[in-house]
Design a protein around this ligand. Sequence first.
Ligand code: URA
Length: 438
Amino acid sequence: MLPQEIIRAKRDGGVLDPAAITELIEGLVSGRVSEGQAAAFAMAVFFRGLEHSETVALTCAMRDSGTVLDWSDLSRPVVDKHSTGGVGDNISLMLAPIVAACGAAVPMISGRGLGHTGGTLDKMESIPGYRVAPDNALFRRTVATVGCAIIGQTEALAPADKRLYAIRDVTATVESIPLITASILSKKLAAGLNGLVLDVKTGSGAFMAERDGARQLAHSLVAVANGAGLRTTALLTDMDQPLADHAGNAVEVDHAVRFLTGARRDPRVEAVTLALAGEMLVLAGLAKDLEAGTARARDALDSGAAAETFARMVAALGGPVDFLERLDDHLPRAPLQRVVAAPADGYVHAMDTRGLGLAVVALGGGRTRPQDPVDHAVGLAEIVPMGRRITRGEPLAIIHARDAASAEAAAQRVVSALRILEAAPEAAAHPVLERIGA
Ligand code: URA
């Protein structure tokens, strides 16, 4: 079928058969389908949507556009997590070693931060020497011997997604649930997993701020992943405030290590991490139900096994062998730390979490264009939680900055991102809002 006929059929609201979708995606990679045709197809999908069978076909075609990893030589079940992204979301750093310490393999292929959200790879690159792009042999050896490896996307995985995403990005066609679904899942399916848990964020710092939209995306992801043969569940989690009380790169690594070693455990981070770990252990067949999975994950954390796994992963991928013992010596620290003082007495009622993420970007800790460098040392620490009673002058956050001018600008952003009112707010909701099973 000619590409223009496939586009025409979708433009007119038709249902495409899987062969036509595969042809279009193969053409996108080979060059037979032009950028203009891919853009027109994306726009037709944006307006007309895709049926479940079409989204499964698109996802599988994009998965098959490159290498599909094969882990059949491992004796461990292979599972992973994908988060739709947020502010202070450093869960991957703790989740991968927890689940690996329980006996699963976690080849965690992660992304960089873009816009107001942070990226796991940027966080891992705060660790001196850590290689986010190891060769295939080192990647596989680390997964086989340690149980987990957090690395970056390779060119070989789902190249059709890379091309289509770049086109969507400049043609106002990113915000389409079937296209987002196929984009996220094609990369996860190419990673050769046996199970996947999705952390779909909702709230002021999320990509899908509205709960209904996030729920719709979660249902689409779960249905399509399972339709494509990957056992998948999703949790809808709260992003109306940063998840960790730290946002940036080195500051989030510091927070994650202190969580793993037990030096400091933030209850919201603990609730989400253990809930996701429980899901992954059930999907891996390593726990009979969620309660048993969560209990097993907690044991791996409390025994120190997860911290040890993290340390081994860091060392295997080129980081310091004594990273956990000498955290303060290894992590980059910004030259300036400045306390943001509360402007009034009251309770923290609401946060513009996106605004806090943008404060990190403005400090240099995130990027506005994919090619921009990132300053790993800057960020926000000890952000006051929602619902906390504060008195005027008490700290709202500590800014880690390169210089006084950027610290001052960030302080203003933090003050305007927090709504402080006199009346006591309602008790904060549990950070895990909903579970979407297969
Ligand atoms: N993340 C992706 O990987 N793809 C999308 O389309 C949106 C978010």
